[in-house]
Structure formats: C-alpha cells, structure tokens
Design a binder for this molecule. Sequence first.
Ligand code: HEC
Length: 467
Amino acid sequence: MTNCIPYFLFLFLLLVLLSLIAISYYIRGMVLSENESEHKEKLSATLSFIYVSIFAVVIAVLVFMWFLVKGTPYEGHLMEWLNIVVRLMHITFGIAWIGASFYFVFLENALNRTDNVRDELAGNLWAVHGGGFYYLEKYKIAPKEIPKQLHWFKYEAYFTWLSGFSLLFVVYYFNAKAFLIDPNVLNIAPLTGIAIGIGSLAAGWIIYDLLCKSPLVKKGIWFALTGFIFAAGFAFFYSKVFSSRAAYIHFGAMLGTIMAANVFFVIIPSQKAMVKAAKEGKELDASLGKNAGLRSLHNNYLTLPVLFVMISNHFPSTFGNQYAWIVLAAISLGLAGLKHWLNLREKGQLSVWVMPVSTLLLLAVAYMTAPQKLNKMSHGTIAFAEVNSIVQKRCVTCHSAKPTNPAFPAPPNGVIYDTPADIVKLKDKIMQRVVVTKTMPQNNQTNMTLEEREIIGAWIEQGGSIK
Ligand code: HEC
C-alpha cells in the first residue's frame, strides 16, 4: 500500500496543475472583457500569479513526497529526476543569461561609433543572423521618448540563480551527510553545514557590495586584486569546511550569487530609475548608468570562473588535489584573465602580456596537478587477490549491482566492482580516483588507508592483470 502513495501523489499533482490551468483560462476570459488598454497588464499579472502558485504547489508536493519516500528505493529515483529537471532548467536559464550578457558586451565593443552616426546616438551596428538583417542603434543617454515596448533582460538571471539554489538542495543539502560533509575535513552536523553554505552566499555578496561602495572601486587594479584575495579566501574557507566537490560548487555558487544580486539589487533598479527619470523628463543621473555598467563588467569577468566550477565536478584532478583551493583560485584568475584579453580584443586594443600570462597560469595548474611518480616496486610484486580484497572491502558497499550503502540505491555512475573483470576493465579510472586524486572512496567513507592506495597503484603500474 505504501508503495502506491507516490503514484497517488503524482496524480494529485496532475489534478492541481490541471485545475490551475482551468482557473487561469477562466480568469483570462474575465480580464479580456475589461478595458482594452489595461487588459494586457492585468492578464500578465494574473498569469504571473498563477505561475507562482503552480510553482509553490509543485515545491510543496515534492517536499511532501520526499518525506514519504525517504529511506525507500524511491528516494534515489525521486532525487535523480529532480536533479535532471532542475539541472536542465539551470543550464537553460544560464545559457540564456550568459548568452545575452556576452551578446551585449560584444555589441558595446563592436559598435560603429564614428561612421555616419546621428548626434543623439553612441553608435550603431549591422548584423546578419538566421537569414535576416538586423540594424541596431545605441543611444548616448536615452531616447526623447521611452518606447512603450521596452525589453528587459532580468528573468534569465533570476531563474538561473533560483534553479541553481534549488540544485544545491537537490545535490548537496538533502543528502548532506553523503555529499556536503566530509568528516575527514570537518566533522559537522548536516544542518550546520547547510547553514554555513547558505550563510556564506550572503556573506560573499555583502563583502563584495561593501567593496564596491568603498573608494577602492575607483582604483581598477587594486579593486581587482582585493576582490581576488577575498575570493581566494572563500576558496580556502570552503576547502576547510566541506567535501572537496561541495567546496568547489559553493565557490561557484557564491560568485554566481554575486552576479545575480548585481542584476537584482543594482543593475535593474538603476535602469528603472533611469527609465522613470526619462519618462518624467528629468535630468538623468549619470552615476546610475555608470554604476550599473561597472557591476555588469564585474559579472563579465566572473562568468568564466563560474562556468568552470559548474563543470569542475567532472574533473577530480582539480577538486581532488591536495591544494584544491589554490588550484581553484589559480584557474579562476587565469580564466578571468582570458576574458580580459577577449574584451580587449573585441575593442581592438593591443595587449601583449594578458593572454600569455593567463595561459601560463593555467598551464602551471595543469602541471601542478599532474600525478606524482610512484615507486612501483615499493610493495614487491602485487597479487591480484590482494587488490581484489581491498576493493571488496572499500568499494563494493557502493559500487555493486546491489549496493548495501543505503545512500546509493543503484551503483554510482554505473560503476561496479563485483567481479575481477570489472576491476581490470576500470583500472585507469581507479588509478585516477583512488591513487592520484584520492577522491574515492567518496569522502573516504570506508576508511581506505594510504598503504592500500599505494598497493593498488603499484599493481596497476606493474601491468594490472588478474594473474
Ligand atoms: C560511499 C560510496 C562510495 C564508495 C565506498 C566508493 N565510491 Fe566510487 N563513487 C561514488 C559516487 C557517489 C560516485 C559518483 C560521483 C563521483 O564521480 O565522484 C563514484 C564514482 C566513482 C568513479 C568514477 C566513475 C566515472 O564515471 O568517472 C570511480 C572510478 C570510482 N567511483 C571508483 C571507486 C573505487 C575504486 C572505490 C573503492 C576504493 C570507490 N569508488 C568507493 C561512491 C562511492
């Protein structure tokens, strides 16, 4: 009977959704019969209301379902699908946000500012895309009359942040014991870890915003240096509190929060004030646009480091390094440097050292994270039986067709070590995860010793065969 409950819940959810849609159509009919000029605004307000309520219902039902299926085989399944849905949303909104932001930086850098430009314009640009010709004009300040239809770019940023924040819960917070916390780093309670994680996002924004309001903001290079030192401090802090992957993700989430908060607290309010002033025919406060532009520029430099963090979970040689936080800080600096070079290039400015120095920095990280040479005979000739017994003891609780670890209803990433052939087949990956980066067993939950890692490493160096 309890097995049916999740399906009843799905049915319930479907019903709620359907009735909300029916209500929306009903309200739409009523709104449409009202005054023509107002109906559009009212309609969009009504629809927003309905969307928000649908969203709230979905969240409520999901939380309810999670409590119901906790500890059953459905838990892993529910989490996996939540992960798929939220991650896909996060990537899609993120692409829309970063794509638009890259596009506008490109526009700004590539504007024709000299050739036949009307007095009130800053520049214009011809483009061809998707089989059509486009012509754009940028105003120096604002047009004499603000057009009725004015496109805003903000929801991409808000939804990217909201979906990213939800993903933190789906991946790290709901199963904080297994994914967020590594007792070998710091043994804290799951709730403490979650509070530190969320609190640090707010702290990052507050520190950055104070920096932006200090006189330092006028001194470009010193501001950048101070910002970098703070960011590196966060990387260090996270590496002392969370599991290595969670540390990386929180670093990215902290920078991403700064970016989204820049849009929410500074850029959009400034633009609103500018539009309002223009509509009332008042003098425009030039500092508003300048400030928004500066925050936008900061966001531009943060994009590549954040994007790196979002894919870093696939690369254990980075987060698995002994000095993972230095690797993270150095890669972020190198990528921000590359973005700087791209910006200079789009503006047609000559830069000699930015690109080589950034590339060298990134190459240095690749060098620094390279595996150290093993002494393959330090433990004599290794028999496969010895390796097999280590793997059975340390890995198979999770990596088996039927894992006994309750956190993993199915073998993680489909990796199984039930038979000798399974082990030999994956020995390169074992080398990378167990010997080089030491990122397996996950958070060393099965207490693998250094000696066992050396034995497995030596076995692989000696050829890694079953004989
Ligand atoms: C507590 C559970 C757990 C234990 C114990 C564990 N792993 Fe894992 N393993 C995971 C999880 C979760 C993942 C997927 C996430 C990741 O790649 O870090 C994974 C992924 C891997 C991968 C990456 C597969 C890929 O697709 O890249 C390898 C290789 C691996 N484990 C090897 C091992 C070995 C070898 C051991 C024993 C020394 C071991 N694991 C012990 C949970 C565990």
